[in-house]
Design a binder for this molecule. Structure first.
Ligand code: GDD
Ligand code: MG
Length: 354
């Protein structure tokens, strides 16, 4: 079975994380997001993955190559201009075959049982099966209304609160019969959510819902990005300290797990780290720094005595000594923070020139 992964969005809501890095390459527990998604597919026996891409595709190709090292085969298809979710799948149609295939929104971390979902699709044989997940804020997703037998009745994409009729939303995972793609015009922008799926309903083509339990999160915003780290780290049975390679940890440091430390970090005397937290490879943490529930990408430097609470700090950024506290801040890549430009709580700092 083949899968199409939609990774062509610009990840605007995730900025400044996505100012220089495409959403698929944003690290989650020190590994690109896409690697988590690929391993999820592989776990469900899907090893033929087509990547429908747009924004910054080169870094993805360079990193993943043909996918062999992860035990999968990757096909890259780059759009000249964004074609939308359905248009992007139409664009990869020459790489599909006459069997049902999977479409996956490339910004979802989940453990939804894909194997069971495909089995259900093959038993019922609708035109499409859509995984649903329950959320607290359906207004930022696509609400899917169903009848008692589980068939979809209506889609309402990003409804106003007064239009919200259900907390079951489109989880961004579909099993599609190849014939449905005949309704999608080639080389034209179109979306599944407000074009193809409503059109299928109009034509009485059955769409089945698959209400899925388990973990599901769309990492589309910095808040969600931090949350997915906290969720995944808190799942570690020992909630301990994991070192990915050799690092220098001073004897007089205090580290309370769960904490993941990338290779080549230097953690100085008097540093106090409270998990859930992640340090990317090559981070340098000076004396008496306090790091509380933070996610640091690679090469981040934190000056003596600085306190970092619930922040995301992207690659190679530097927080100089004298900055005191950074709380709930999100710093893009290569940002330098000195005492005189320290952001207030909750501020997002874009890299220079962006
Ligand atoms: N190739 C390609 N081309 N991919 C695209 C394009 C495009 O033009 N536009 C978006 N994508 C990719 C994004 O990179 C992302 O992985 C996925 O499609 C979904 O796009 P988002 O922009 O993240 O959509 P959303 O989160 O607002 O809403 C969608 O996902 C929700 C679940 O997370 C909808 O499908 C909702 O109905 C759904 O509830
Ligand atoms: Mg999304």
């Amino acid at each position: 079975m083949k899968a199409v992964m939609l990774i062509g969005g610009e990840g605007t809501r995730l900025r400044p994380l996505t100012c220089n890095t495409t959403k698929a390459m944003v690290p989650i527990l020190n590994k690109p997001f896409l690697e988590h998604a690929i391993l999820y597919f592989k776990k469900h026996g899907i090893d033929d993955i087509i990547l429908a891409m747009g924004y910054l595709p080169h870094s993805i190709k360079e990193h993943f190559g043909d996918g062999n090292h992860l035990g999968v085969s990757l096909t890259y298809v780059v759009e000249d201009a964004p074609l939308g979710t359905a248009g992007a799948v139409k664009n990869v149609e020459p790489f599909l075959d006459d069997r049902p295939f999977i479409v996956f929104n490339g910004d979802v971390i989940t453990d939804i049982d894909l194997t069971k979902m495909v089995k259900r699709h093959n038993e019922v044989k609708p035109r499409a099966t859509i995984a649903l997940t329950s959320v607290e804020n359906p207004n930022i997703y696509g609400v899917v209304e169903t009848d008692a037998s589980g068939l979809v009745k209506r889609f309402v994409e990003k409804p106003g609160w007064d239009e919200v009729t259900s907390n079951m939303v489109n989880a961004g995972i579909y099993v599609l019969e190849p014939e449905v793609m005949k309704y999608v015009p080639p080389s034209k922008f179109s979306m599944f959510e407000n074009y193809l799926f409503p059109l299928l309903l109009e034509r009485n083509e059955p769409i089945l819902s698959y209400p899925a339990g388990g973990y599901w999160i769309d990492i589309g915003t910095p808040e969600k990005y931090l949350k997915v780290h906290h969720d995944l780290l808190m799942e570690w049975p020992d909630r301990g300290i994991r070192l990915e390679g050799k690092s220098e940890l001073h004897r007089q440091t205090q580290i309370e797990g769960p904490v993941l430390i990338g290779e080549g970090c230097v953690i100085s005397k008097g540093v106090h780290i409270t998990g859930p937290a992640v340090l990317g490879p090559g981070c340098k943490i000076e004396e008496d720094v306090l790091l509380d529930k933070a996610v640091l990408w690679h090469g981040v430097k934190i000056g003596e005595g600085v306190r970092i609470k619930s922040c995301i700090i992207c690659a190679n950024s530097i927080i100089k000594q004298g900055c005191d506290v950074l709380e709930n801040c999100v710093l893009g890549e290569n940002v330098t923070i000195r005492e005189d430009n320290a952001p207030a709580a909750g501020v997002r700092v874009w890299p220079e020139g962006f």
